[in-house]
Design a protein around this ligand. Structure first.
Ligand SMILES: [Zn+2]
Length: 366
C-alpha cells in the first residue's frame, strides 16, 4: 500500500470502495469488520493512506492530508451511525429490555388457611387470645370436664378415634386399670373430637376473665362424603367473666359473620342441645346466594346453618374450679370447612384435602 502513489484519485477510489462496502453491510458484525478493514491501526486502508503522506512534499502533504482526513472522518461517522442503527433494529426474538418482566407463578394460601387467618384477625381485633392446644387428648378434657361423664349418651354424638384402650379393644389391645369401668374409660387417650377440650385446659390454668379462640384439627370416625371428613378443622370461642349474657354471644357472632360474609349478613339462634352449654343454640346466617329470600343453596329457607353455641354449662365452670354463681360465659364452635364452603360456594368438602391444583388455583394469590 505505502508504495502506491498518494493521489486524489487514490483517495477517491478508496472512498468509493468504502461506500460500496457500507451499502452491503447491514448487521453489526459486518460493520465492525468494515471498521477493522478501513480504520485498523496496523493494516487499515485509510491508515495506509495516512502513512503515504510521509513521502510527499510539504505542499502536497497539506493538500493530500486534508483529503485523507476528510475520508477518515466520513468513514468514522458512517460506521458510528450504522452501528447505532443496527443496534436499534435487532432481529425478532432478541431481548427487548423495555418489555415488562414475566410473572413468576405465585403460590396461594389454601382456602381453609385463608378463612382461618380471617377469623383470627377478626378476634384479635376484638381482644381475644388465640391458642391451639394438643390434638391427642385424654378423656377428662375431651369429655368428662365438658359435662359428659363416661356413661353420658351425648358421647355417641361424636364417634371417637381412641389411641389408648377405650371401653372395647383399641390399637394396643387389652388395657385394664384398677377402679372399674369408669376408671377404664378415663384412662383412654384419644384424638380430640372437638376443640372444646382446650376450653378446659385454659380455664384450669387461668382465672377469669377469659377470651380465647382455639383453631385446630379435630378427628371423628366419619366416612368421607360430601360434607364429612375424618379430620376437619374447628374454631372454638370461649368468653367467661362477670355478667356475660346470651346477648354478648349473639353480638359477637354477628360481628364475626358480618366480617366474614359482609355487612348485610343476619344471624339467628335456634334452640339446640349440647352437654356443655345451657341454653344451647344452633346458629344460622342469612343465605349469601339469595340474600334471605330463598334459593337452592339454602333449600329455600333463606338461612344456612353454620355453628353451634350456647352459655357455658355451670357444671363445666365447676369442673375447672370457677364459681358459676360469680361468672358466666358463652362458647361457640364452627367448622372452618363449613365457613369456606359457604363463603366460596364449594359443594364438596373433600376438595379441600385433595390438593388438586385446578381447584386451588381458583383462589386468588394472597
Ligand atoms: Zn338462599
Amino acid at each position: 500500500m505505502t508504495d502506491q502513489p498518494l493521489t486524489p484519485a487514490a483517495v477517491d477510489a478508496l472512498r468509493q470502495q468504502f461506500r460500496a462496502s457500507l451499502a452491503a453491510a447491514t448487521a453489526a458484525p459486518q460493520l465492525t469488520a468494515l471498521k477493522d478493514e478501513f480504520l485498523g491501526r496496523k493494516s487499515g486502508l485509510v491508515t495506509a493512506l495516512l502513512k503515504g503522506l510521509g513521502s510527499l512534499t510539504p505542499d502536497q502533504k497539506r493538500e493530500m492530508g486534508a483529503q485523507v482526513n476528510a475520508l477518515k472522518q466520513e468513514v468514522e461517522a458512517a460506521l458510528t451511525e450504522g452501528l447505532a442503527a443496527a443496534q436499534d433494529a435487532r432481529p425478532v426474538g432478541a431481548v427487548d429490555v423495555t418489555l415488562p418482566g414475566r410473572d413468576l407463578p405465585a403460590g396461594r394460601i389454601h382456602p381453609l388457611m385463608r378463612v382461618r387467618q380471617q377469623v383470627e384477625d377478626i378476634f384479635l381485633r376484638m381482644g381475644y387470645e388465640i391458642l391451639e392446644g394438643p390434638e391427642v387428648e385424654d378423656d377428662f378434657h375431651n369429655f368428662e370436664a365438658l359435662n359428659m361423664p363416661p356413661d353420658h349418651p351425648a358421647r355417641d354424638m361424636q364417634d371417637t378415634l381412641y389411641l389408648g384402650a377405650p371401653i372395647v379393644g383399641g390399637i394396643w389391645g387389652q388395657h385394664r386399670v384398677p377402679g372399674g369401668p369408669d376408671a377404664q374409660v378415663r384412662a383412654a387417650t384419644l384424638l380430640r373430637t372437638h376443640t372444646s377440650a382446650m376450653q378446659i385446659r385454659y380455664m384450669k390454668t387461668f382465672t377469669p376473665p377469659v377470651r380465647i379462640i382455639v383453631p385446630g384439627r379435630v378427628y371423628r370416625r366419619d366416612d368421607l362424603d360430601l360434607s364429612h371428613t375424618p379430620m376437619f378443622q374447628q374454631f372454638e370461642g370461649l368468653v367467661v367473666g362477670e355478667g356475660i349474657t346470651l346477648t354478648d354471644l349473639k353480638g359477637t357472632l354477628e360481628a364475626m359473620m358480618r366480617a366474614l360474609f359482609g355487612g348485610e349478613t343476619k344471624v339467628r339462634l335456634r334452640p339446640s342441645f349440647f352437654p356443655y352449654t345451657e341454653p344451647s343454640a344452633e346458629v344460622d346466617v342469612s343465605c349469601q346466594g339469595c340474600g334471605g329470600t330463598g334459593c337452592g343453596t339454602c333449600k329455600h329457607t333463606g338461612w344456612l346453618e353454620i355453628l353451634g353455641s350456647g352459655m357455658v354449662h355451670p357444671a363445666v365452670l365447676e369442673a375447672v374450679g370457677y364459681d358459676p354463681e360469680k361468672v358466666t360465659g358463652f362458647a361457640f364452635g364452627l367448622g372452618l370447612e363449613r365457613v369456606a364452603m359457604l363463603k366460596y360456594g364449594v359443594d364438596d368438602i373433600r376438595l379441600f384435602y385433595e390438593n388438586d391444583l385446578r381447584f386451588l388455583e381458583q383462589f386468588p394469590p394472597l
